[in-house]
Design a protein around this ligand. Structure first.
Ligand SMILES: Cc1ncc(COP(=O)(O)O)c(C=O)c1O
Length: 389
């Protein structure tokens, strides 16, 4: 007897809700990973990923792993033992990268900010002058709900011959981002946030400057699975020949292609704007319920709203009640913010009025507060026009 899987409205830090269209695509009967029809689907998917990531990089592919695997792949291919790497740390995922970099034998130069704040550009670029090989930042810090601005980083990296490396796991498809325009040399993401696909693939892209560094290596890197040259032998559309590297998670790729089609049908500017509006509307409702956002205005990550619960409220008890009585998932604080915040996802189909109304109603009930004012604030947030992104 297997335990039933309950229905959940996923409004936490990820995974996000998966639309019917994607679920149906995932259930497409499996074909072989070298079937010509599958190879065509791979090419289509890589091209759609380029569009969503805002890049023309030929080395753009979904890695067969979650976002953390994308981070390991970035480190394995683009960081050599002994490299000095400047690493922005203002939350759990910057910490995680600092750890991955030091395991690779890099000399990690940490540039930190308080959890809940962005890091000043000037502080990030200053250490590049002392022979840094790369600068890494988390664009969307899911542990704090902060968006790290990318402006000014690429110029400084180029001036010092360093690579600009970015984690865009939570921002991709939900917050203004165009990797080529931002001068990003390599980036990784995940499927379970604003792309509304289940977890299991890591969109990954590497530009020419970073590929040139990889080509200068005199021996292959230590990771076989994440060897980008081997991976491109399977993914590259060059002469059409595909070398088996690993058995691709075929059905996940069916799902990702559909999820990317949904993003592109909406169009990126419209989608970014929808996330911004949904964030603002939900924040207005949550303020009516006594919550306060951790990130100051101007530093917020639209797809992830981290809020301090009202004074004196048992945050874990309310989260449990939301899940058990209303079928709604929101996330607790992570790392040093454990117990201090709720993290609410505003991701893809979760960035809509209807699921947010469900959350606001349920939260008001669990907090013992009337729902009228918060619902009115939510409605007003959706009614107010905002300037174009
Ligand atoms: C910003 C960020 N980076 C990396 C990761 C790791 O991704 P995964 O959990 O898919 O391995 C996450 C996951 O939440 C994330 O939010």
């Amino acid at each position: 007897m297997s335990a039933p899987v309950p229905a959940r409205l996923l409004l936490g830090a990820g995974p996000s809700p998966v639309p019917e269209r994607v679920l149906r695509a995932l259930a497409t009967p499996t074909i072989g990973h070298l079937d010509p029809a599958f190879v065509t689907l791979m090419d289509e998917t890589a091209q759609m990923l380029r569009e969503v990531m805002g890049t023309a990089n030929r080395a753009t592919l979904p890695l067969s792993c979650t976002g953390s695997g994308g981070m390991d792949a970035m480190v394995a291919n683009l960081v050599d033992p002994g490299d000095r790497v400047v690493c922005g740390v203002h939350g759990l995922f910057g910490e995680r990268m600092a750890d991955a970099l030091s395991r690779q034998g890099a000399e990690v130069v940490r540039v930190e900010a308080e959890w809940g704040r962005a890091i000043e550009t000037e502080r990030l670029v200053r250490p590049l002058a002392s022979a840094a090989a790369a600068l890494f930042v988390v664009h969307g810090e899911t542990s704090t709900g902060v968006c790290q601005p990318l402006e000014g980083l690429a110029e400084a990296c180029r001036a010092h011959d360093a690579l600009l490396l970015v984690d865009c796991v939570t921002s991709l498809g939900g917050q203004l981002l165009a990797l080529d325009q931002d001068g990003v040399d390599a980036a990784f993401s995940g499927t379970q946030k604003c792309l509304n696909c289940p977890p299991g693939l890591a969109p990954f892209t590497v530009g020419e400057r970073a590929l040139a560094k990889l080509a200068r290596r005199d021996r292959p890197g230590r990771s076989w699975y994440f060897d980008l040259n081997l991976l491109l032998g399977y993914w590259s559309s060059g002469d059409g020949a595909r070398a088996y590297h690993h058995t691709a998670p075929i059905n996940m790729l069916f799902g990702l292609r559909e999820a990317l089609a949904i993003v592109l049908e909406e169009g990126l500017p419209a989608r970014w704007e929808r996330h911004r509006r949904a964030h603002r509307a939900l924040l207005a409702a949550l303020r009516e319920l006594g919550c306060e956002r951790l990130a100051p205005e101007g530093e917020q990550l639209h797809p992830l709203l981290a809020v301090r619960p009202p004074e004196g409220v048992g945050e874990a008890a309310v989260r449990t009640a939301l899940r058990e009585r209303h079928g709604i998932e929101i996330s607790p604080g992570a790392g040093r913010l454990a117990g201090a915040v709720w993290r609410i996802g505003v991701m893809g189909v979760g960035a809509e009025r209807e699921p947010q109304e469900q959350l606001v109603r349920a939260l008001a009930q669990e907090l013992g507060r009337p729902a009228e004012d918060p619902l009115a604030a939510l409605a007003e947030g959706y009614a107010t026009a905002s300037p174009p992104v």
